[in-house]
Write a protein of this length. Structure first.
Length: 473
């Protein structure tokens, strides 16, 4: 399918329209300019047929042509006048003629009468033929009813004018083109482009509050710039929040590492004191504490290192075909054997006893451990926890659900982010703040994703989705 370019189409349409408008303007201007060459140039509109209507009502009265009664009625009704002249251009009959109209014409008068007005009347000359004679007659129309125009044209004058004034004519056309281009294109194309440039400059300076009106030729660009402004503003706010979380996390990690280090240092100094003798029980107790604190520090360092590898795609999956139902059941059993959780209960259900899935068992175990331990750690012992596996041809869902205290609404978007510790972890905040992020990244590494929903005092539901092309039922 051919990729459409609506912006290019719009610009092309505007260019074509503006070109047509410009050509029309130039045509009118040049016609007006050429018309100015003609002195007294006027266009002729000749209703000669109206004047000839009276022809049939002219009759001979003896040897003199006159207008009969019917003709007089028509002339009076239409406010016309008539003057009949002989071959010597001398008046021999008139009806309704203005008093200041001459009665004897010279040849030049006759021509002028034909071409121009006579005493506020538009005059047309006709001829009445009889058997042995013919006569010319004038019919006068009110000038406000019928107007006669003539054109005087001099090719020599036009040629001379064009020869002498061609430069001025071209200059006038160029001025029109420049003015039209400036006012039309500046408004249609130039001004919006300047707005776009100004908005980009504003974005470069870090001001993301400017909102452009989404209209005109660049409507889509304005909309995209507005969207970009909102996105950049959200990114800035998110970065500021992440920076704050990172600082809090570093402070927390520093404190978490300082505490075991203090214990290791303190008990080591006690054991090194030559002035004091220790029983085997005391030595075992102190060395056990040192060992446990060392393991805790090692765990923190491993989490940091593993998180870095996940973030930079340095982990290679070792996929194995695994029954995810049995695999998850074993993880739950192992967790419940931990003395810390020995009194807790986890309900486990599956839609099928065997759902085969290609996974890295070591990584998925770590992810499931992190998820379930978070549910157990940050809830009271009375809270009920369930794990359900739902398999189909499309995907597999592992649903971990509790009826505990829930998660604050403002915390939910950041649950899977590094360095984040929720606001409900005050009593058990000894984690690194990386567990949920690491678990989520492991699921993503398997081309899956996680979704969490929670409501205060109702409970939390975590759903793990693994893509269908990895599922073997």
């Amino acid at each position: 399918m051919k990729h459409e370019k609506p912006q290019l189409t719009k610009i092309s349409n505007i260019f074509i329209k503006s070109l047509l408008i410009l050509l029309i303007i130039l045509f009118i201007f040049n016609m007006f300019l050429i018309a100015s060459l003609f002195n007294h140039a006027r266009f002729e509109s000749n209703p000669l047929g109206s004047a000839e209507i009276l022809n049939q009502y002219i009759e001979l009265n003896g040897s003199v042509p006159v207008l009969n009664d019917k003709g007089k009625k028509i002339a009076s009704k239409n406010n016309l006048w008539i003057q009949i002249v002989d071959n010597n251009l001398k008046e021999i009959y008139e009806f309704n003629k203005p008093v200041d109209v001459i009665t004897k014409y010279t040849p030049i008068d006759f021509v002028h009468a034909y071409k121009y007005d006579i005493k506020s009347s538009t005059v047309f000359i006709c001829e009445k033929k009889f058997t042995k004679s013919k006569y010319s007659y004038f019919v006068g129309f009110p000038i406000n009813v019928v107007t006669k125009y003539n054109i005087e044209y001099s090719p020599t004058k036009v040629k001379s004018f064009l020869t002498k004034n061609i430069v001025y004519l071209l200059a006038a056309n160029i001025v029109i083109i420049i003015c039209f281009s400036y006012f039309y294109f500046a408004k249609k194309i130039g001004n919006p482009l300047q707005n776009i440039i100004d908005n980009i400059d504003t974005l470069v300076k870090g001001n993301y509050s400017t909102v452009l009106k989404e209209k005109g030729l660049y409507k889509n660009i304005f909309r995209n710039l507005n969207t970009l402004s909102v996105t950049l503003l959200e990114n800035i706010k998110e970065k500021e929040l992440l920076d704050k979380l990172r600082e809090e996390w570093i402070s927390s990690i520093g404190h978490d590492m300082k505490t075991p280090l203090s214990s290791i240092k303190g008990f080591s100094e006690i054991l090194m004191d030559k002035d004091y003798s220790f029983s085997k029980k005391e030595v075992k107790e102190y060395t056990t504490i040192i060992y446990e604190k060392s393991l805790y520090m090692e765990s923190l360092i491993n989490d940091l290192n593993f998180s870095y590898k996940l973030k930079n795609d340095c982990i290679v999956l070792n996929l194995e075909k695994t029954n995810i139902v049995e695999f998850t059941q074993n993880i739950i059993n192992e967790l419940l054997l931990n003395p810390e959780f020995i009194l807790r209960q986890i309900n486990f259900n599956s839609t099928s006893p065997s759902i085969l899935l290609n996974i890295d068992t070591h990584l998925i175990k770590r992810a499931f451990f992190n998820f379930i331990i978070n549910f157990l750690t940050y809830n009271d012992s009375s809270v009920r926890l369930s794990v359900d596996i739902i398999g189909s041809n499309d995907l597999i869902k592992v649903v971990i659900k509790d009826n505990g205290k829930g998660i604050q609404k403002e915390d939910i978007p950041y649950i899977f982010q590094r360095y984040y510790r929720g606001t409900n972890t005050t009593t058990n905040s000894k984690g690194s703040g990386l567990g949920m992020a690491i678990a989520s990244d492991i699921i993503k590494l398997h081309k899956g994703y996680c979704n969490i929903e929670s409501e205060i005092s109702v409970g939390t539901t975590l759903t793990i989705y693994l893509k269908s092309h990895e599922v073997i039922l």
